[in-house]
Structure formats: structure tokens, C-alpha cells
Design a protein around this ligand. Structure first.
Ligand SMILES: C[C@H](OP(=O)(O)O)C(=O)O
Ligand SMILES: [Mg+2]
Length: 306
């Protein structure tokens, strides 16, 4: 079988041809639109141009810290137009998976290893939860005192995301529920091993869930990119022709693989986590995008040409 090769676009006419081919743009956020607190140059103009051309824009992020409402505020802060309905985060997709796919029972609760964004999304779909930001679980337990860790049969799922307050008590509770409650679901918002911040990498949601995967020996259901539960959540709310849809992202193992797993065209940008060394040579990734551009901001040359 011929090896897949990516087409690198550098010329305005190539950018224009690409925009003619696609109506729906699934855009990763960190590494594409912004990197941490900094907007990628030119991207705001490109988004305005896409909207002026009548394109559908959907934002698809694995960030599990924020709810859609919190993300909307981030877009507002950057002066970028975005509605809550256009934003799909792994916290929201997890809440939708629990409510729509699992039909999570109203009398059961989710135990959350995560922060406010996950709690907001669970609330938005009417699912009860414990853990999360509860101060009772954000504590150190003195060695040998397991009295506060008892099974609770009302816990029907453990949802693990990004938690800056992760601690032994939370792991011990989650482990107890997963191993003692028959049918207790074990769900990860996303499995990113690392989280990019300030030009470096730190442990991500996937790494935070690792102790539980190890201790329970259970394989979790993973919602975020590259898994297709995220796509099911998007498709439940938006209708689009996959042949005229493109996924734009900075991460080969999440964004680009997500596009490939969803049978849509993919475009890699080099403003985020991917390095040239992953695209050729002995460290070449097995995941190959259809197109590569240096930055999504490069499309701004078309906006100037009006
Ligand atoms: C890196 C990731 O964000 P994304 O690139 O999916 O927007 C995250 O914030 O966990
Ligand atoms: Mg990204």
C-alpha cells in the first residue's frame, strides 16, 4: 500500500482552493487559535473571513478544565466571535455521553476527579455528582486512616479529567467505587498524556487517570479526541457533510487521528505541539495529515485580498 503523504500548502492559491473545498471547519483551540494566553497572529482575521464566506465553524477541544460557558468567556477575552453551541469540550462531551448514550440513572451519582468545568457540564444535563471541587475531598488523609473512604452504592460512574487538586483520597474513593459497585462506569474526559503550557509539557488528564487504570485493571471509556465519542456528540447537535468537513489541529495523536478516525480530511498546523522531526525521518509519526500549513493565520493573506 502506498504510504500516505501530507501536502504542504504555502501559496495563497493553494489556501484558496482548500477553502473552496470545505464548508465545515472543526477547529482545535490550543495550538491552533491560541497558545496559552496568546492569540496566534492572523487567526482572528481568518475566522472573520470564514464567517463572511458562510462557513460553519465548530471548536473542538480536549481541555477538560473548562465548560463551554468558561470557553465562551475565553473567546470573548480574545475578541473572537463564538457561541456556546459551537463549542465542544471533553467535559461537555463526557456529560452528553453519560446522559444520552448511557442514559445515566437520575438516582445515581458520578464521582468526579476534575474541576469546576466538569461539574458545570454535568449540572447542565441534570446529572448528580460528588467529589470534584468538594473541599472534603481536597485533603490529605493521614497515613492508615481510611475511615472516610467507604463504598457508596449510589455512585454509578467515575469520571476522571484534569484535576490540579488530585490526591490520594480521590484516587482511593474512585478505586473503591470502580471495584465494588457492579457496573460502575469508568470514564475519562480525554487521555492526553501531557498538557502543553508555557512552551513546556506537564502531566495531562491521561496521566492523572493512570493510577486508577493500574489499580483497578479496568479499561476506561475515553471520550475526547482521537476517540469518536467526541464526534458523536458533535453530530448529535450539528448536521454536516463529512466530505466537505475538515479537522484543523496541532496534535497528530489527538486532532489528526480524530479526523482520520472520523473519516474527514485533516490539516495540521505547526503553531502547537508538533515538531518537524515527527513529520519525516526516523522519528516520523504513523499518523499523517492530509495537509500541513505553518499557521492557520497564514490564510489571512486571502482576507487582505478582498
Ligand atoms: C491541549 C488541550 O487543548 P486543545 O489543544 O484540545 O484545545 C488541553 O487544553 O488539554
Ligand atoms: Mg491543540
Amino acid at each position: 500500500m502506498a504510504e500516505r503523504t501530507a501536502q504542504r500548502l504555502t501559496k495563497p492559491e493553494e489556501y484558496a482552493k482548500l477553502l473552496d473545498r470545505f464548508d465545515t471547519y472543526l477547529l482545535d483551540c490550543d495550538g491552533v487559535i491560541w497558545t496559552g494566553p496568546t492569540l496566534v497572529p492572523g487567526v482572528a482575521d481568518v475566522l472573520t473571513m470564514l464567517r463572511a464566506k458562510g462557513k460553519n465553524i465548530l471548536f473542538v477541544t480536549n481541555n477538560a478544565k473548562k465548560s463551554r460557558e468558561m470557553y465562551k468567556k475565553a473567546f470573548d477575552g480574545f475578541g473572537i466571535q463564538a457561541s456556546v453551541e459551537e463549542i465542544f469540550g471533553s467535559a461537555y462531551a463526557s456529560a452528553i455521553y453519560l446522559s444520552k448514550i448511557l442514559k445515566f440513572p437520575a438516582d445515581k451519582k458520578v464521582y468526579v476527579i476534575g474541576e469546576e468545568g466538569i461539574e458545570q457540564e454535568l449540572k447542565s444535563v441534570g446529572i448528580q455528582f460528588t467529589g470534584g471541587t468538594d473541599p472534603e475531598d481536597r485533603v490529605f488523609i493521614p497515613s492508615g486512616d481510611y475511615s472516610s473512604i467507604k463504598n457508596d452504592p449510589s455512585i454509578g460512574a467515575v469520571l476522571c479529567g484534569f484535576d490540579m487538586y488530585v490526591n490520594y483520597k480521590k484516587y482511593a474513593k474512585a478505586h473503591t467505587y470502580i471495584t465494588n459497585n457492579p457496573g460502575c462506569e469508568f470514564i475519562l474526559t480525554n487521555a492526553d498524556p501531557t498538557y502543553p503550557a508555557g512552551g513546556a509539557f506537564f502531566p495531562g488528564s491521561g496521566s492523572m487517570s493512570a493510577p486508577l487504570r493500574f489499580s483497578t485493571k479496568k479499561t476506561p471509556t475515553i471520550i475526547g479526541k482521537p476517540h469518536t465519542h467526541m464526534m458523536e456528540t458533535i453530530l448529535a447537535a450539528h448536521d454536516f457533510n463529512p466530505e466537505r468537513t475538515i479537522m484543523i489541529g496541532d496534535n497528530l495523536e489527538t486532532d489528526i487521528l480524530f479526523g482520520i478516525n472520523s473519516n474527514i480530511t485533516t490539516l495540521l498546523v505547526m503553531t502547537g505541539v508538533t515538531h518537524e522531526a515527527q513529520l519525516s525521518g526516523e522519528n516520523k509519526s504513523d499518523t499523517v495529515p492530509d495537509y500541513i500549513v505553518q499557521s492557520m493565520g497564514d490564510f489571512a493573506v486571502l482576507a487582505d485580498k478582498k
